[in-house]
Design a protein around this ligand. Structure first.
Ligand code: NAD
Length: 704
C-alpha cells in the first residue's frame, strides 16, 4: 500500500502523505522513492497543472522526520553518503518543478520533513500548538542531509540559520513565522481551504516569495568574507563551550556551512552528503539515537496493567514550602493546575512565592510567557499555615525535611484530613515510603514522587512504588508527572531508590579520592572530561554537604560497609562548611567564582592513584551498584537505569547512559578493575556484585 495520494482541484495538484498503519508520518527510503517515481515524475510531465500543494493526512503531524531506524542502521560512510544523496535527489526534483509548490504544515515538521518543506516555493502552517518546526538533526549527532544545511541558510541568512542548525532548535508556528521559516499562518480549522486560496494567489502571482531584507549589521556579517569569518569563529567558540569535545556534529556543521554558504551548486549539496556521511557512523550518533528511542519509549511506558485510565489531577497540595516544595508548586501552576502550599513557617511561604515569581520572570524575559499568563499562573498558587484547602486536592505532595519521624507525623495528619480519593505523595530522597504509608489507614494511596532540584529544569521524576501502593495511585501519578513535562521511571521502595543509590557512592568515592591527596579541581575536571555536567565535589557543594551526608548515612545504615561515609565528609560537615548555601564547602563560593577552600584538609590517607583509576573508581562503583539494583528488582531494566541516570544526573547523553557505557567498555574489563580495586583499595566497596560477575563470566551484557 502506498503512502502518497494525489488529487486535483481546479488544476492544483494536492499530494497527501498518509503512511499506512500509523499515526506518524516519517520519510523512509520507500516513501521517498514513491514520492519521486510515482508522483513527482508525473507532475513534472503535466503541463496543465498550475501548482502543487503537499499536505499530511495525520492529525498532529506533517512529517516527524526521516526514519530514524534507517539512520540507526547505517554502518558505513558509503551507506550514509548514498542515503543522503538519494534523499536530496528527491527534494531536488521537487525544487525543480516549474510550478509553485506549497507545503501545508499542520503539525510536527521536523528534520527531513522540514527539508521537504524547504524545497517548496512556499511554506504555510496552522496556528496551532501541534506545529513544531525545525532541523533537530544535531541532537542525534548528525546534520541535515537532505539539503537542509544549504537551504535553511539560503532562506534565513547565515546569522539566523547557523545557530538554529547547531542547536537543533525546534520552534513554534508563531516563532517560525517571525524568523521566516514559514510564509503564512492560518487557523488550524481552515488550514486546507486557506492554503488552497493561498496557492491560487501564488498561481496568479499575487503572492511572490519574500525577498529577505537585511539591516546594516546583518549585511556586514553575511555578505563579506570578514563578517562571515567572524560569525563562524563566534559559532566555534560557542560550540566549544557547550558541546566541548564530546559532540562532533556542531563542528562538522560549521565546517560544512563555511564551505557552502552562498553557493547553490551541486558541489555544495554533495559536500553536505560527505559531511553527513562522516557523522552518520560515529559512536556518538549511535548512542544519541539509542537515547532518543529510549526517551520516546519512556514517554509511553504504562508501568501498570490497568485497563482504564485514572482521572487527571485537577488540584494539588504541597506540604513544606522549602527548596523543593516551592519548586513543585511553581511547576504545577505552570501547567495551569491550582496548588495549595502549607508550611509551618510563614517566611518559607513568602520565599516559595518569591522563587516562583523569579522563575516566571525569567520566562517572561525570554518571551516564553506573557505578563498576563504570568499573573494568571501566580494566582494559581495559594499559601497558608493551616490545612485549609487541602481536603479537596487530588494529590498532596509532602516536601518537609528529610526525617522519617516528621514525615510520618505529616502523613498521619494528612490521612485523617484528606478526602478518601486524595493521593498522598512524598518527595523524599531516600527514606522508606512504605514506613510513611504504615502510619496511614489506606497505604494504597501513598507513593513516592521524587522530583530533582531545580524542579523546573530537571527532567526526571522517580516514582516510588511502596509495598502497598495501588496500581491506580501509580497510574495517576505517572500521568500527573508526564503532564508536568517530566520523564518518569517507576522504582521499588529501597533506600536511595535508584538515582541517589548510585549517585551517593559516586560522590562518596570522590571524597575517598580527596583523602588520597587528589584535589577537588582535579577530581571535578576528570569527571567533567568524561562528560558529566558537573564534577562530584562541586555537586556535593551544590546539594549541601549536610544534606548529602544525611542521605549518605541513610545508605550506610541500609547497606553497611560498602557505603561507609568517607571521614572527610563528616569532617567538612562538622566544621560547618555546608557548601554553596553557606558560601563555603570544598570550595569557597563568591558569586559565580569558586576557589578551593584551604580549610578542607585533603590527603589524610595519602596514596598514589592514577587519574585513569580515579575515574574508574567513581564510575564503576555506580555500575556495580546498578547491577545490584537490577538483581534486587529495584529497577525493572537496564533502560530504566539509563533513563534515570541521564535525566536525573546528567550522565553524558552521548554515552547513552551508565549501562550502555558499561556494555561498551566490556563487563569483563570492569570486573577485572573492580577486583583489582577490591584487592588494593577496599574489599567492601569494590567487590563486584554477583549479577555483574555472572554477566561478565557468561560474556553477556546488561542489554541482551
Ligand atoms: N533539596 C534537594 O536538592 C532535594 C532534592 C530532591 C528531594 N529532596 C527532598 O525534598 C524534601 C524537602 O527538601 P528541601 O530541600 O525542600 O527542604 P527545605 O529544608 O528547603 O524545606 C523544608 C520545608 O518544610 C517545612 N516544614 C518542616 N516541617 C513541616 C511540617 N510539619 N509541615 C509543614 N512544613 C514543614 C520547613 O519549614 C521548610 O520550609 C526532603 O525530603 C528532601 O530529601 C530534596
Amino acid at each position: 500500500m502506498g503512502s502518497w495520494f494525489f488529487e486535483e482541484k481546479d488544476k492544483i495538484g494536492i499530494l497527501t502523505l498518509d503512511k499506512p498503519g500509523t499515526d506518524v508520518n516519517v520519510l523512509t527510503t520507500e516513501s521517498l522513492t514513491e514520492f519521486k517515481d510515482q508522483h513527482l515524475a508525473k507532475i513534472a510531465a503535466r503541463i496543465d497543472l498550475e501548482a502543487l500543494m503537499i499536505r499530511s493526512a495525520k492529525s498532529r503531524i506533517f512529517v516527524a522526520g526521516a526514519d530514524i531506524n534507517e539512520i540507526a542502521g547505517i554502518t558505513t560512510e558509503k551507506d550514509a553518503f548514498e542515503k543522503a544523496e538519494q534523499g536530496k535527489a528527491v527534494f531536488q526534483k521537487l525544487e525543480d518543478l516549474k510550478i509553485p509548490t506549497v507545503c501545508v504544515i499542520n503539525g510536527a515538521c521536523l528534520g527531513g520533513g522540514y527539508e521537504l518543506a524547504l524545497a517548496c516555493t512556499y511554506r504555510v502552517a496552522a496556528f496551532s500548538d501541534n506545529v513544531k518546526i525545525g532541523l533537530p538533526e544535531a541532537n542525534l549527532g548528525i546534520l541535515p542531509g537532505f539539503g537542509g544545511s544549504i537551504r535553511l541558510p539560503r532562506l534565513l541568512g547565515l546569522t539566523k540559520a547557523l545557530p538554529m542548525i547547531l542547536a537543533g532548535r525546534v520552534v513554534s508556528a508563531k516563532d517560525a513565522l517571525k524568523v521566516g521559516m514559514v510564509d503564512r499562518l492560518f487557523p488550524a480549522g481552515s488550514l486546507d481551504a486557506d492554503a488552497l486560496a493561498f496557492t491560487r494567489q501564488a498561481v496568479q502571482k499575487k503572492i511572490r516569495p519574500k525577498k529577505r531584507t537585511k539591516d546594516f549589521m546583518t549585511g556586514f556579517l553575511e555578505d563579506n568574507p570578514l563578517g562571515r569569518s567572524l560569525v563562524f569563529s563566534r559559532a566555534r567558540e560557542d560550540v566549544a563551550q557547550k558541546a566541548k569535545h564530546f559532540y562532533p556534529a556542531p563542528y562538522e556543521i560549521i565546517k560544512l556551512i563555511e564551505k557552502t554558504y552562498g553557493r547553490v551548486s551541486p558541489r555544495a549539496y554533495r559536500l553536505e552528503s560527505e559531511h553527513f556521511a562522516r557523522l552518520g557512523t560515529t559512536g556518538v550518533s549511535k548512542n544519541l539515537i539509542k537515547l532518543f528511542f529510549m526517551s520516546e519509549k519512556y514517554k509511553k511506558v504504562a508501568w501498570t496493567k490497568l485497563a482504564v485510565k485514572t482521572p487527571p489531577v485537577k488540584k494539588c497540595g504541597v506540604i513544606g514550602a522549602g527548596v523543593m516544595g516551592g519548586g513543585i508548586a511553581q511547576l504545577v501552576s505552570a501547567k495551569n493546575i491550582p496548588v495549595r502550599v502549607k508550611d509551618i513557617n510563614e517566611g518559607a511561604l513568602g520565599g516559595a512565592l518569591r522563587e516562583a515569581q523569579q522563575i516566571y520572570q525569567g520566562a517572561l524575559k525570554r518571551r516564553k510567557i506573557t505578563g498576563y499568563e504570568m499573573a494568571r499562573k501566580m494566582n494559581l498558587i495559594s499559601v497558608g499555615l493551616t490545612p485549609e484547602g487541602l481536603q479537596r486536592c487530588d494529590v498532596i505532595i509532602e516536601a518537609v525535611v528529610e526525617d522519617l519521624g516528621i514525615k510520618q507525623k505529616v502523613f498521619k495528619d494528612l490521612d485523617e484530613r484528606a478526602s478518601a480519593g486524595t493521593i498522598l505523595a512524598s518527595n523524599t530522597s531516600s527514606l522508606s515510603v512504605t514506613k510513611m504509608a504504615a502510619v496511614t489507614q489506606n497505604p494504597g494511596r501513598v507513593i513516592g514522587l521524587h522530583f530533582f532540584n531545580p524542579v523546573h529544569r530537571m527532567p526526571l521524576v522517580e516514582i516510588i512504588r511502596a509495598e502497598q501502593t495501588s496500581e491506580e495511585t501509580i497510574d495517576r501519578m505517572v500521568q500527573f508527572a508526564r503532564l508536568l513535562g517530566k520523564t518518569v521511571i517507576v522504582v521499588q521502595d529501597a533506600p536511595g531508590f535508584l538515582v541517589n543509590r548510585l549517585l551517593l557512592p559516586y560522590m562518596n568515592e570522590a571524597a575517598y579520592l580527596l583523602e588520597t591527596g587528589m584535589g577537588p579541581e582535579q577530581i571535578d575536571r576528570l569527571v567533567e572530561n568524561f562528560g558529566m555536567p558537573m564534577g562530584p565535589v562541586e555537586l556535593a557543594d551544590q546539594v549541601g554537604i549536610d544534606v548529602g551526608v544525611k542521605v549518605a548515612h541513610i545508605l550506610q545504615d541500609a547497606f553497611g560497609a560498602r557505603m561507609r561515609v568517607a571521614d572527610i565528609l563528616e569532617d567538612v560537615k562538622q566544621k560547618g562548611l555546608l557548601g554553596k548555601k553557606s558560601g563555603k564547602g570544598f570550595y569557597l563560593h563568591q558569586g559565580k567564582k569558586k576557589t578551593v577552600n584551604p580549610e578542607v584538609k585533603t590527603g589524610t590517607h595519602p596514596a598514589k592513584v592514577s587519574e585513569e583509576d580515579a575515574l574508574k573508581r567513581m564510575i564503576y562503583i555506580m555500575i556495580n551498584e546498578a547491577a545490584r539494583c537490577l538483581e534486587e528488582g529495584v529497577v525493572d531494566s537496564p533502560e530504566t537505569v539509563d533513563m534515570g541516570m541521564v535525566m536525573g544526573t546528567g550522565f553524558p547523553p552521548f554515552r547513552a547512559g551508565l549501562l550502555h557505557y558499561a556494555d561498551q567498555t566490556g563487563l569483563q574489563n570492569i570486573v577485572t578493575d573492580l577486583e583489582r580495586f577490591a584487592a588494593t583499595v577496599d574489599r567492601e566497596r569494590f567487590q563486584p556484585s554477583p549479577y555483574l560477575l555472572k554477566l561478565a563470566k557468561e560474556n553477556r551484557k546488561f542489554y541482551s
